[in-house]
Design a protein around this ligand. Structure first.
Ligand code: IPE
Ligand code: IPE
Ligand code: MG
Length: 262
């Protein structure tokens, strides 16, 4: 996108941005690395948890936006395998926030037809969090308007290791032959089995790395990095990301269709 075009876009209202979107070119699956809560709080001389709390408002707004637009799947990175290395007071505050979110939002999730699921080594979470997560998963298991997947205690490498272990168990049982193991088999053993690969990955806060998120599934995702901190990432910023995505040309290793046609 040229500088002129992007500055013209900067002038547009949220409503105008929505009107510019092509409803036929929306990503089916959006993945988000929600980063920058700590910096948002620190800039206001607030404790980090205040940033996480404000970040929950962004989760609500982006989930609602996906539902309004008819996007089929939203996968958000809420807590990484590596985030266990943070101070205990921060990790337990995050777990409490998640429990509160599920207690408050479960009814709304059901009303909006949103299926809630988690990916990651959920068994590492505190028992009370596991219970809330299972309750929300069960209460929404029949819904499929929007698939909201929350990555918790998640690591992309750990996910691949877990998939390989399951495949090896099948081989040991004799239900699968080593030669039958291909990309499709591996994919079927990932936590995200059943979901299409993300078309668009968004990372907020200016960091331009993947931080062990969906390593297998992001193979052909379009990447969008924005300096906006997660608590400030609302519908307006999301529409900007979607418009940017709609300007991309997805080639999947092929040559352009317009140079091969006719
Ligand atoms: C993202 O915000 C939320 C989690 C990783 C749980 P951070 O807490 O990483 O915020 P920064 O990166 O320190 O600003
Ligand atoms: C990635 O953010 C994990 C989540 C958003 C949950 P981090 O803030 O933990 O990532 P790094 O440490 O900057 O790579
Ligand atoms: Mg961070």
């Amino acid at each position: 996108m040229s500088t002129n075009q992007s500055s013209a876009i900067d002038q547009l209202s949220t409503e105008d941005l929505g009107a510019k979107l092509n409803p036929n070119l929306l990503p089916k699956h959006v993945a988000i690395i929600m980063d920058g809560n700590g910096r948002w709080a620190e800039a206001r001389y607030l404790p980090r948890i205040a940033g996480h709390r404000e970040g929950v408002k962004s989760i609500r707004e982006i989930t609602q936006a996906c539902s309004d637009l008819g996007i089929q799947a939203l996968t958000i990175y809420a807590f990484s395998h590596e985030n266990w290395n943070r101070p205990a007071h921060e990790t337990s505050a995050l777990m409490n926030l998640l429990e509160d979110f599920l207690a408050e939002e479960s009814r709304k999730l059901i009303e909006h037809g949103i299926r809630f699921r988690t990916i990651g080594r959920i068994k590492n979470l505190p028992a009370s969090t596991i219970q809330r997560v299972h309750e929300a998963e069960q209460a929404t298991a029949h819904l499929d308007r929007l698939h909201l997947t929350v990555a918790l205690s998640y690591g992309g490498r750990a996910e691949i290791v877990d998939a390989v272990r399951e495949i090896l168990r099948d081989v040991q049982k004799g239900t699968l032959q080593p030669d039958e193991v291909d990309e499709a088999v591996l994919q079927q053993h990932l936590y995200t089995q059943g979901l299409p690969d993300p078309d668009l990955l968004i990372r907020t806060s200016g960091e331009t790395r993947i931080s062990n998120f969906l390593l297998w599934q992001l193979a052909y995702a379009e990447l969008y990095f924005t300096p906006t901190l997660w608590p400030d990432f609302r519908r307006h910023e999301f529409l900007l990301a979607l418009l940017d995505y709609q300007g991309r040309e997805r080639r999947f290793g092929r040559v352009l269709s317009r140079t091969t046609s006719s």
